[in-house]
Write a protein that binds this ligand. Structure first.
Ligand code: NDP
Length: 420
C-alpha cells in the first residue's frame, strides 16, 4: 500500500507509471506531475481505461524549482518520489525530498543543463583532472547527499533503469551466487531494433548525439582510461539479434561499480551502432550540424543541433515502426572455489511486444520497468535503508525476481564468448 509521486511524463515515465498501475496492490495511489499537464492527464485517462485500481491524480510542476516541489510534496504526502524527468532536476528533487522527509528514486545521475555554469564548470574541470574521465555526468554531486539522507533516515536509490540499474543488480547477483571474486565486467548494450529510417535517435537527439560523440572510457585497476570517441570497436553475436558492431563508451555504472567492487580489475561498457547511424553522425559532425553554438542564417539566429532536431523523426513516433529486439547484459569473469569461471547474464526484449503492451518501444520499456521495481522495493521496505545508494548495494534477489515477473526475464549462460 503505497502512495507515490512520479515526476516527469516522457518516454520512460509513461512505462514506469503504467507498470506501477498494473502493480496496483503495491501502488495504491500515484500522482503524475510534470511540466506539461496535458500529457499527465492523457496518461491518467489511458490508465483509468485499463481497469487499474491505482488512484491516479495529476499536477503541473516545475521540477527545477525546489520550493514548488516542496509545496507539491507537502500537499500530496507521498512516501517516495520517483524522478523520471531529466538528470538536470536530480538535485532540486533530492533537496525537496530531504525537506519533506520523503524517499528519493531516479534513473540517471546528475548533469547540469548549462555546462558553462560558472558554479559547476571549475568543479567539473578539477574532477576531470583528478579522476581522468571527462563526461559531464558523475555521481559526486549525489553521493555528497549521503550524510543528509542518512541523518534524515531516508533512502535515495540512484540509477534504477536498465543501464545503469539492472546491469548493477546483475553484478551484485553474480557476486552473491556465482563468484568468490569477480575479475572483469563487460556490460553489453545491444539495440537490434530497426525503425526503417536511415537516421533517427531513440531518445532526445541532443543528449544522444552528445553522449555518442564524447570520448569513451573504462576502468582498469581502479583507474580511468579515456580513449577517443568510437576508437575501440568489437563485433559480438547477440542472442535474439545476431552479429553487431559495438563500441566502447563511457557509462555511469562503471563509476559506481568501480567504487563498490574495488576488487574488479577491469570494467567496460559497449553499445552497438549500425554503420548507417555512424556514417550520418560523422557527416553531421563534420559539417557542423551537431554544434550547440548559435549561427546567423538570413538574419535569424539558429542553433544547428536544435535545427537538426526539428528535421529528425520525433523519438516518440518510432514506437509503432520499430521492429526487432534489444539484448542488454553483463559478462563476468572471475573465480569460484579456486577455479576460473565466466558467466553472461542478459535480457532480450522485443520492441513490438513492448509497443503492444504499453505503447512504447523497448528502450523506454527496459528503463521504465526497473524504475517501477526500484520504487516498489524502497516502498515495501526490502530496499529501504538510510543513505544514498546505487542498485548494486542491496540484496539483488528480490529485484531479479521482480524482473522476471514484470516483463524483463533474464538468463544466465555459463562460459559465454568473451570480448577480447
Ligand atoms: P523524456 O524527454 O521523454 O521525458 C522527460 C520528462 O520530464 C518530460 O515529460 C518532460 O516534460 C519532463 N520534464 C523536463 N524538465 C522538467 C521540469 N523542469 N519540470 C517538470 N518536468 C520536466 O525523457 P526520457 O523519458 O527518455 O528519460 C527520462 C529519464 O530517464 C532521464 O533522466 C534519462 O536520462 C533516464 N534514462 C535512463 C536510462 C537507464 O537505463 N538508466 C535509459 C534511458 C533514459 P515535457 O513533457 O514538458 O517535455
Amino acid at each position: 500500500m503505497s502512495r507515490i509521486l512520479v515526476i516527469g511524463c516522457g518516454g520512460v515515465a509513461q512505462v514506469a507509471i503504467q507498470k506501477a498501475c498494473q502493480n496496483d496492490e503495491v501502488f495504491t495511489e500515484l500522482m503524475i506531475a510534470s511540466r506539461t499537464l496535458s500529457k499527465c492527464d492523457e496518461l491518467k485517462e489511458k490508465i483509468e481505461k485499463s481497469g487499474s485500481r491505482t488512484k491516479v491524480t495529476t499536477a503541473k510542476v516545475d521540477a527545477d524549482n525546489t520550493e514548488e516541489l516542496v509545496k507539491l510534496i507537502r500537499s500530496y504526502q507521498p512516501e517516495a518520489v520517483l524522478n523520471v524527468a531529466l538528470p538536470y532536476q536530480d538535485l532540486t528533487i533530492m533537496d525537496a525530498c530531504l525537506e519533506t522527509g520523503v524517499h528519493y528514486i531516479d534513473t540517471a545521475n546528475y548533469e547540469p543543463e548549462d555546462t558553462e555554469d560558472p558554479t559547476w564548470r571549475p568543479i567539473y574541470e578539477k574532477r576531470c583532472k583528478e579522476k581522468g574521465f571527462s563526461a559531464y555526468f558523475d555521481y559526486s554531486w549525489q553521493w555528497a547527499y549521503e550524510e543528509r539522507f542518512k541523518k534524515a533516515g531516508l533512502t535515495a536509490l540512484l540509477g534504477t533503469g536498465f543501464d545503469p540499474g539492472v546491469t548493477s543488480v546483475f553484478a551484485a547477483y553474480a557476486k552473491k551466487h556465482y563468484f568468490d571474486t569477480i575479475d572483469t565486467i563487460d556490460i553489453l548494450d545491444c539495440n537490434g531494433g530497426d525503425h526503417g529510417y536511415a537516421f533517427a535517435t531513440n531518445f532526445n537527439p541532443e543528449i544522444n548525439l552528445r553522449e555518442v560523440s564524447a570520448p569513451g572510457s573504462y576502468m582498469e585497476n581502479g583507474k580511468w582510461i579515456e580513449i577517443p570517441a568510437m576508437s575501440i570497436h568489437r563485433e559480438y553475436d547477440f542472442e535474439g539479434v545476431g552479429k553487431k558492431d559495438m563500441y566502447l563508451l563511457h557509462h555511469e555504472e562503471i563509476e559506481a561499480l568501480g567504487r563498490n567492487m574495488p576488487e574488479v580489475k577491469r570494467i567496460r561498457f559497449f553499445m552497438t551502432f549500425g554503420q548507417s547511424y555512424l556514417d550520418h553522425m560523422r557527416c553531421l559532425e563534420d559539417v557542423g550540424m551537431l554544434s550547440t553554438e548559435p549561427v546567423n542564417f538570413n538574419g535569424t539566429e539558429i542553433v544547428p543541433i536544435q535545427f537538426l532536431k526539428a528535421l529528425l523523426p520525433d523519438p516518440a513516433s518510432l514506437g509503432p515502426r520499430t521492429k526487432g529486439k534489444t539484448n542488454i547484459g553483463c559478462i563476468f569473469t572471475g573465480k569460484k572455489d579456486g577455479k576460473e569461471r565466466s558467466i553472461y547474464i542478459y535480457n532480450v526484449c522485443d520492441h513490438q511486444e513492448c509497443y503492444r503492451e504499453v505503447g512504447s518501444q523497448a528502450i523506454s520499456y527496459t528503463t521504465g520497468v526497473p524504475a517501477m521495481i526500484g520504487t516498489m522495493l524502497v516502498a515495501n521496505g526490502q530496499w529501504k535503508k538510510p543513505g544514498v545508494f546505487t542498485t548494486d548495494e542491496f540484496d539483488p534477489d528480490p529485484y531479479m525476481e521482480a524482473l522476471n515477473k514484470w516483463g524483463l526475464p533474464w538468463k544466465v549462460v555459463e562460459n559465454p564468448t568473451l570480448v577480447d
